[in-house]
Design a protein around this ligand. Structure first.
Ligand code: G6P
Length: 609
């Protein structure tokens, strides 16, 4: 949520910054801005996408320097206007700053600064920080930033420049992600995410909370806010450029849906010992004993990751017979939760930066839980703050609507459940059987993807309807929630997901002639019950689209449309049933003319609570 990029070096900064910013647009895209040092600081801002800023810059002179910073915004404080767009400036020393996060005590600081005679031009918390740095500036930007950060509470990743020090870039972080890419020529690219760095260098270091880095063309130094030196750990960024380009697809979402077979193969590779019928998870080995002896598992997440976590709960209870629960991280954190001895908390997150999930994790750790992560982004904050974990290995996910991360999360949670089950109650034979079935999942997804034209046609039949239901039972109740969320997120159609049985306790009143109801009706323990629920919808005029198992010809008599998935053991079925739902949401959004990869009001990585 909000993306920032800064550059200091010998090349012209403008193009490089804008390219980086476009790669971070998934973090927010309501307005953008840039500041470049060229004798003096030149600043331009525009409402809308980075492309609008780029257009504006075409008519402007003075943006030729090789030190600069830029920002793409997802509004928190202050509406979407040019005045509220970053960079923000102080009113004394030519300081400019871009910020991702929220300064929580900004109101008190603003009053203090207004009393000192400062005049504000925006409603943002960020301008307060720019002014505060200006107020504390005594000829040394690094010192002023450190001093200001000692006064603020909240979250920040910031990049700061000052006209009086035209060769200095100061960057800092607490809570929001920031990394420094070290180029070969004493040049540096600083960004919220490696996607904006990788085309320049793969040598990076992540900032830890309260780190402040001063960069010049002669080198850099890292301290904390009290000016105590810190030694950052330089590492290789493992992103492939190909993974963050469209590669011929019209949208990242479609690319990522089609990448799922490959992504899941990478996710499972080396983690399944078919001969011994066991799961090998190196990331959990240090805590193997504690995990095996766990008495309760709490899975916590937000959004799509929460739906994956809900499936994880079914898996843990069903396969490992472990009491488990799922919790919205945002609710868990403030509920004064009880954590008994032997509780394992699993934070599930694609980005590893979601503020709610991070806060829930800290709360659980403080109360004595062992904290595990199921995370995609390597080195992200949550992955660093957990005791142990398992990475998804599905590659960067750029589309705001999460798809391959969801199946990756479900696959990893299945592996973790089998890891626990095998050490508790499950024999090698049963575990081996399920692992062999898991191995075939990518190939089965390929078969569903081949049906994309049919799924498109079915979706287009209903695309003008404004209200949809998604219904499922057991393992596929969370899948129904995910199907509804996907449709809402990108096609702006109102959709509700719920347990199929719950429908008759209220929502059935919504059903009228022609209302689409998507039922997940694959073969499984509750098939007959789902069929009854289908009848209840049909008899009230609803139009049923069923996701059913290949070979189930009977179902055609009871529903308007069927989308088939290959046969699969029930615990693994969400990995298949979700695929047609992802494609339906995609085709609905395209038919309605929406920008699939940048849905309105959303951001991919939500780093505020
Ligand atoms: C945002 C995104 C969702 C995502 C959720 C959790 O709301 O729009 O797609 O599922 O955050 O993100 P995480 O990175 O923690 O999985």
């Amino acid at each position: 949520m909000c993306g920032i990029v800064a550059y200091l070096g010998n090349k012209p900064a403008k193009h490089l910054l804008l390219e980086g910013l476009k790669r971070l647009e998934y973090r927010g895209y309501d307005s953008a801005g840039i500041a470049i040092m060229n004798g003096k600081l030149n600043v331009a801002r525009a409402v809308g996408r980075v492309a609008m800023l780029e257009e504006k810059l075409e008519g402007l002179e003075g943006f030729d320097g090789s030190l600069g910073l830029c920002h793409t915004r997802w509004a928190t404080h202050g509406s979407v206007t040019e005045h509220n767009a970053h960079p923000h400036r102080d009113d004394k020393h030519g300081i400019a700053l871009v910020h991702n996060g929220i300064i929580e005590n900004y109101a008190a600081l603003k009053t203090y600064l207004q009393d000192k005679g400062h005049t504000f031009t925006s409603q943002t918390d960020t301008e307060v920080l720019a002014m505060l740095i200006g107020e504390l500036y005594e000829g040394d930007l690094e010192k002023a930033v450190q001093a200001a950060l000692r006064e603020v509470t909240g979250a920040y990743a910031i990049c700061v420049v000052c006209e009086k020090e035209p060769g200095v870039l100061v960057v800092a972080r607490k809570g929001s992600p920031l990394m420094v890419g070290i180029g070969s020529n004493n040049d540096y690219v600083v960004a919220s995410d490696g996607a904006a760095i990788i085309s320049h260098t793969s040598r990076v270091f992540m900032l830890d909370d309260y780190n402040v880095v001063k960069l010049t063309r002669e080198g850099f130094r890292t301290t904390d806010v009290n000016n105590v030196a810190v030694n950052p750990k330089v590492q290789q960024l493992e992103i492939d450029l190909e993974q963050i380009e469209l590669g011929g697809y019209p949208h990242f979402m479609l690319k990522e849906i089609f990448e799922q077979p490959k992504a899941l193969r990478a996710c499972m590779s080396g983690r399944m010992d078919l001969r011994e019928g066991r799961v090998v998870l190196g990331g959990l080995s240090t805590f193997g004993k504690e995990i095996t002896r766990a008495k309760r598992v709490i899975l916590t997440a937000q959004g799509t990751a929460l739906h994956a976590a809900m499936i994880g709960r079914y898996l843990l209870e069903d396969l490992a017979k472990l009491p488990s629960q799922t919790e919205y991280a945002s609710e868990f954190r403030y509920r004064n939760p009880t954590i008994e001895e032997g509780t394992v908390v699993v934070a599930v997150s694609q980005s590893g930066e979601t503020a709610d999930t991070l806060a829930a994790l800290h709360e659980a750790k403080e109360r004595g839980a062992l904290a595990l992560g199921v995370i995609n982004v390597v080195g992200s904050t949550i992955s660093r703050d957990t005791d142990a974990g398992v990475y998804l290995r599905v590659g960067p996910e750029i589309g705001v609507a999460s798809t391959k991360a969801f199946t990756g999360q479900v696959a990893v949670l299945t592996l973790i459940s089998l890891f626990m089950a095998r050490r508790r109650i499950m024999g090698a034979g049963d575990c081996g059987d399920l692992l062999r079935e898991m191995e075939r999942i990518p190939e089965k997804i390929e078969r569903i993807l081949e049906q994309a034209p049919i799924i498109k046609k079915v979706t287009e039949k209903y695309v003008d309807r404004e209200n949809w239901l998604f219904l499922g039972r057991g393992y596929n109740y969370p899948t129904a929630l995910e199907g509804a969320l996907k449709l809402k997120e990108i096609s702006y159609i109102h959709a509700e997901g719920m347990p199929a049985a719950e429908m008759k306790h209220g929502p059935i009143a919504l059903i009228n002639e022609g209302m689409p109801a998507v039922f997940i009706a694959n073969r499984g323990r509750q098939y007959e019950k789902v069929m009854s629920n289908i009848q209840e919808v049909r008899s009230r005029g609803g139009h049923v689209i069923a996701v059913a198992t290949e070979g189930d010809e009977q179902i055609k008599k009871h529903v308007q449309d069927v989308l088939y998935i290959p046969d699969v053991p029930e615990p693994l079925s969400p990995l298949l049933t979700v695929i047609p739902l992802q494609l339906m949401a995609y085709y609905a959004a395209v038919a309605r003319g929406h920008d699939v990869d940048k849905p309105r009001n959303l951001a991919k990585s939500v780093t505020v609570e």
